[in-house]
Design a binder for this molecule. Structure first.
Ligand SMILES: Cc1ncc(C[n+]2csc(CCOP(=O)(O)OP(=O)(O)O)c2C)c(N)n1
Length: 628
């Protein structure tokens, strides 16, 4: 590549861009996401420079919508704010879906949108629109920053801006104290930039060097938890004491975390924990809660419910919370809104505790009844296993009755050849996932099937339940995979011998951080429309990381979640299919091949188990045909 042209005049845009991004690194940022553009070139080139120096992990995507969901996945998994850099115009609007999800889920996403200087707005300048305020009330902090002019103090101002942005994204005040409302979430810095839009960064830039040193120091200090860290562990509030007494149920929705399970155990109360709550485990877990909440002797005996997180997967939980004879306590360390269906909840707490204590026999019976009944209901939904071969086996263990042996083998074969059902799929993927893996659910039928069926297991599960969109799921999964598997930037540079000196080396650094031994596999269970909605996010450009991510696509030819709505029975079948089911016949093998992903198809139980038992070495699709 040609040497940078040193005659290009110094660019205040570049100086400020580098100062800003380096300050982000010093504040703990590890990942930067860039989508290319002209107005944003100073930011993009500064990001590349920081990557070259080993100060950040850089991820480049051409589609801003996918780029923003990638940033969301990285932020959710790492617990760190992730800046995303875009050019002006429609590029910024493409971030909106992920910004909204981040707003509702409390994910620290930092939008850095390049813009023309204010005087060029409103006069039909090319690619210029009303970027300030574009995310309306969905951001924790918004700044429309005047174009740098090369004046003294601009680098310091950029540093202060980065600090302010990080604090707001993490839901903290200027002194680092948690601010429970609105809590963590997205931030928008709209950066006006004027020409010259960039200039070369000197090879010995002290700003780059200080960022690299900061990254190396934090990589060295980093503990390596096996579970994703929450953006804000808790709001720091003193927990309110919840007295024993009423017949209580604990509910854990999305984002609840393991604390909900501990609370249920301390109180000795049954636990309804949605599959993506982070609390779907433990001795008090009630999986078949939908049925039991409707069952006399169970649901109707509840006197109090303590809700953690954001329950979204059933109608029964909101119905329970709205009952006149149930006292509801809603617990959330932070957030923009309280969970309050029907506005019936009477008590809201930032944190709660209850004392573990010996339980009365009545209390033990209460929790025992729920757990036992749930287990029986869940087991009733499992296929009957082939009967064990008893007849025809002599005392030495050899089969002497060949007829019995043949029958047994036939039953075994039939079980292995059984077509995959939704229940079989979610059970198999659930039990193939271990704590060092990550599991992500798309927003449709399969997450509900899993929520109804899978047993307690303490594994990291993610789902974009803030707004439950089917958009951006592929990108989110890739982000979760990269953040859980890639080496930290300081480590990456330490592991690379010699000084990297150009784009090829940058690609080598990126490649070296891919597929490291850290972490396991990220699996995403999604519907076919959810895959196709975000198929563009399968594009991993040359030199980009290719994490171990497996998209397990339950392909039923369209959106079958709508089949369970009342309208499915009343609407004309052809109209319903056309506008709700939306049939598709995409060749997923060809799609995978086009993007360079590996592809497998599993139609039977045996094929599914083989596919899940096969090592995942990079991006891959496992297609599982399902009946409608
Ligand atoms: C961005 C967005 N658009 C539309 C919807 C409404 N929606 C919910 S589920 C669904 C269909 C999903 O189909 P698929 O991924 O194939 O899963 P299945 O229903 O077959 O389980 C749609 C369109 C949504 N949640 N998000």
């Amino acid at each position: 590549m040609a040497e940078p042209d040193r005659r290009i005049p110094a660019s205040p845009a570049s100086d400020t861009a580098l100062a800003l991004l380096a300050a982000f690194v010093r504040e703990g940022v590890v990942d930067l996401v860039v989508a290319p553009g002209s107005r944003s070139q100073a930011l993009a080139l500064a990001a590349a420079e920081l990557e070259r120096a080993g100060a950040v992990r850089l991820h480049v995507r051409i589609d801003e919508r996918g780029a923003a969901f990638l940033a969301l996945g990285l932020a959710v998994e790492s617990g760190r704010p992730v800046p995303i850099i875009t050019t002006s115009g429609t590029a910024v609007a493409n971030l909106h879906p992920a910004v909204l999800e981040a707003h509702h889920s409390g994910v620290p996403l930092i939008v850095l949108s390049a813009d023309r200087p204010a005087e060029l707005r409103g006069i039909r300048s090319n690619q210029t629109t009303m970027q300030p305020g574009i995310f309306a009330g969905a951001v924790r902090l918004e700044r429309d920053v005047a174009a740098p002019e090369g004046a003294a103090g601009e680098a310091d101002a950029a540093t202060r801006l980065a600090r302010e942005a990080i604090a707001a994204a993490l839901g903290r005040d200027a002194d680092g104290r948690p601010v429970p409302h609105p809590g963590p979430g997205p931030v928008h810095l709209n950066l006006q930039l004027r020409e010259p839009l960039s200039s070369a960064t000197p090879a010995d830039s002290p700003v780059v060097a200080s960022a690299a040193a900061a990254a190396a120091a934090s990589a060295a200090a980093e503990a390596r938890p096996d579970e994703p860290s929450p953006a804000v562990a808790d709001g720091g509030a003193a927990p309110a004491h919840i007295e024993p007494g009423p017949r209580t149920i604990v509910v854990a929705g999305a984002g609840a975390g393991a604390g909900a399970e501990e609370f249920a155990r301390d109180g000795g109360w049954p636990l309804i924990a949605e599959v993506s709550s982070g609390a779907h485990f433990g001795p008090n877990l009630v999986v078949a809660y939908r049925e039991l909440l409707r069952e006399p002797g169970f649901g109707d005996e509840i006197e109090r419910v303590v809700v953690f997180g954001h329950p979204t997967l059933s109608r029964e939980v909101p119905a329970l919370v709205q009952r006149d004879d149930v006292e509801t306590i809603v617990v959330a360390p932070w957030g923009i809104e309280w969970f309050n269906p029907g506005r019936r909840a009477a008590r809201f707490e930032r944190a709660v505790r209850t004392e573990p204590r010996p339980q009365s026999s009545e209390e033990r019976a209460w929790v025992g009844r729920w757990v036992r009944a749930s287990r029986m209901l869940v087991e009733a939904g499992l296929p009957t296993p082939p009967p064990p071969m008893r007849d025809g086996v002599d005392e030495t263990g050899h089969a002497s009755d060949f007829e019995a042996q043949r029958e047994y083998m036939k039953a075994q074969l039939a079980a292995m050849r059984a077509p995959v059902t939704r229940r079989m799929l979610v059970d198999a993927v659930w039990s193939a996932t271990w704590p060092h893996d990550r599991l992500l659910f798309g927003a449709s039928r399969l997450i509900r099937d899993a929520d109804r069926a899978v047993p307690g297991r303490r594994i990291p599960v993610h789902a974009n339940r803030g707004l439950a969109g089917i958009d951006g799921t592929v990108a989110t999964a890739v982000g979760v995979a990269i953040a859980s598997q890639g080496a930290l930037p300081g480590e990456a540079s330490a592991a690379t011998s010699g000084e990297p000196s150009g784009a090829a080396d940058a690609a080598a650094v990126a490649a070296s951080t891919a597929n490291t031994s850290r972490g396991g596999v990220t699996r995403a269970i999604i519907g076919d429309l959810t895959l196709l909605h975000d198929a563009g996010s399968m594009l991993l450009g040359a030199g980009e990381q290719r994490p171990r991510v497996q998209l397990i696509v339950g392909n039923d030819g369209g959106g079958t979640i709508f089949d369970s709505l009342e309208v499915a029975a009343s609407a004309p079948a052809d109209a319903f299919d056309r506008v709700q089911f939306t049939p598709q016949h995409v060749d997923l093998a060809a799609l995978a091949a086009a993007y360079g992903w590996s592809y497998t198809r599993a139609t039977t139980r045996a094929e599914l188990h083989d596919a899940l038992g096969t090592r995942v070495d990079g991006p891959s699709i496992l297609e599982v045909p399902l009946p409608r």
